[in-house]
Design a protein around this ligand. Structure first.
Ligand code: NAD
Length: 257
């Protein structure tokens, strides 16, 4: 693994703090020899990233709130100007209002539905579109999803529907971008205690189910997701696109009673 991403430049979008899955991916990419560019949502994330990356070589930070087309265009404009070509992008971004992540799905508000789709799904589409100008040597785009996009998981609600759309978007983007040698895949991660996950009612109960019942009898770590992301960003996965890889200790493979 040590040099699998040597000479590769990877943009990582979605580090909020040291618990973020994107941070686990960044650590794995760093260990694999990649040059890393980070984009962050707002000032608080920037400060967290500055602390987290203080020991890393050549770190680059750019602001990009994905609800803004201008900020997405500006991000890739700056990357083009400063780096020319990059080789991969990790999209580790999602958001839904806390009140939409409990109770019955039919209570979802119109505005809450749009917000979840905009930030958690459309952002990948817009990023893929504008990233084409820096992935001119081909490349790999990786996004993060959850089992709640495949089956109805209690309380995941509007985010589950967003993840279904995200997984479908991965397939459509893979179909569009294959001609440019750009691959698009997702990782379906098991539950990990992060800021975003804490917003889902009953999240801690899901963690306990994992420890008792899934094939590996444990939850997964950020770094296990990170190492799979390195695989998807590297040449090792050059024949894979439009795929969803489960890093969930086997949960997706079993029927729970
Ligand atoms: P997190 O809170 O650490 O990361 C979510 C990130 O989304 C944050 O960095 C936040 O700044 C960013 N974001 C939200 N709105 C944004 C906007 N408008 N513009 C730019 N960035 C924005 O939580 P996480 O769990 O690491 O989430 C990362 C991804 O992993 C999400 O897609 C999430 O759905 C997915 N995921 C999480 C789990 C889990 O159990 N934690 C499991 C499977 C999939």
């Amino acid at each position: 693994m040590k040099s699998i991403l040597k000479d590769k430049t990877i943009l990582i979008m979605g580090v909020a703090n040291k618990w973020s899955i994107a941070w686990g991916i960044a650590e794995s990419c760093f260990e694999a020899g990649a040059n890393i560019i980070f984009s962050y949502q707002g000032e608080r994330n920037r400060q967290a990233l500055e602390k987290l990356t203080s020991n890393m070589r050549s770190v680059h930070l750019y602001k990009c709130d994905v609800t803004s087309d201008e900020e997405i265009i500006d991000l890739f404009g700056q990357i083009k100007e400063n780096f020319g070509i990059i080789n991969g992008i990790v999209h580790s971004i999602a958001f839904a209002k806390r009140e939409e992540l409990e109770g019955a799905y039919y209570n979802t508000s119109r505005q809450g539905y749009h917000l979840a789709q905009d930030i958690s799904v459309y952002s990948l589409v817009a990023v893929a579109n504008h990233a084409r100008k820096v992935l001119t040597d081909g490349g790999s785009i990786v996004t993060l999803t959850y089992f709640g996009g495949e089956k109805a998981v209690p309380n995941y609600n509007v985010m589950g529907v967003a993840k279904s759309a995200l997984e479908s978007s991965v397939r459509y983007l893979a179909a569009d971008l294959g001609v440019d040698a750009i691959r698009v895949n997702s990782i379906s991660a098991g539950p990990i205690k992060t800021l975003a996950a804490q917003g889902v009612k009953g999240f801690n109960d899901i963690l306990h189910i994992y420890e008792d019942k899934v094939p590996l009898k444990r939850t997964v770590t950020q770094r296990e997701v990170g190492d799979t992301a390195v695989f998807l960003l590297s040449r090792m996965s050059r024949g894979i696109t439009g795929e969803n890889i489960h890093v969930d200790a086997g949960y997706h493979a079993i029927g729970l009673l």
